[in-house]
Design a protein around this ligand. Structure first.
Ligand code: SF4
Length: 67
């Protein structure tokens, strides 16, 4: 799983941190920071919940990049 965030869209709601705190954080201005761009499968459900919860649709989850 690959995660991307669009900080230009982020509204600073903080919901992604609540759903998946090992993958998302917020900077001093409240904008999302991506801690882990390729989280393991154990984080998948939390990351999908974060993606769905984001009011700005700033989180994109896609399949892992092919090697
Ligand atoms: S849930 Fe969306 S809008 Fe809220 S902090 Fe995370 S990326 Fe930003």
């Amino acid at each position: 799983m690959r995660v991307q965030v669009d900080r230009e869209k982020c509204l600073g709601s903080g919901l992604c941190l609540l759903k998946a705190p090992t993958v998302f954080d917020q900077d001093d201005e409240g904008l999302v920071l991506l801690l882990e761009a390729q989280p393991g499968t154990s984080a998948e459900e939390a990351v999908r919940n974060a993606e769905k919860s984001c009011p700005a649709e700033a989180i994109t989850v896609s399949p892992p990049a092919a090697n």
